[in-house]
Design a protein. Sequence first.
Length: 177
Amino acid sequence: MLPIILTDNARKRIEEIEKCIMTFRVWGVNPPGHLAIEVFFEDKRFPGIEYEKFQDENLIIYIPTNHYDYINGVTVDFSGWSKEDESSYNSDKTFNHRGFECLPHKVETSEIRLSWFEVNWMIKKIFSMNFESPFYLQRQAAAINYLRIKKDEEDEDFRDSLFSFAELEQAVQSGFY
């Protein structure tokens, strides 16, 4: 049994495809306080992060072990996908991956911690979605420097640190100013 819920549309689309792979990542907290989870319709596992693998018929899913309790029970929907969509698809510029997306997930998020690799990826994606180069690179550097200074003040090794969503939000805000 899979630890996710598929809407009828998602289930129908998966049945149409021979082999499906989904990779899940926590993304943030939306304004009502629900967990935002990104689902890639391909193997997008981060190196250095452990994943649990689940399989049911033609569907394989990967969930980061450290976030399994938060992702467990999320609902995945399918909104549609065409050949025209594929020609302009860039996974770094969207949260809807080949028509699949997670619905907001109501779970407690205050204890979630993100690795440096996860935080760096999120910061890069946020700014690259909102700005063109070189502007997104400057904003990304500002956000990362904010975190580096914060962890130096706390006497923590920056790359081994874990970050909360509140720290990520503060870093992103510093990059927008």
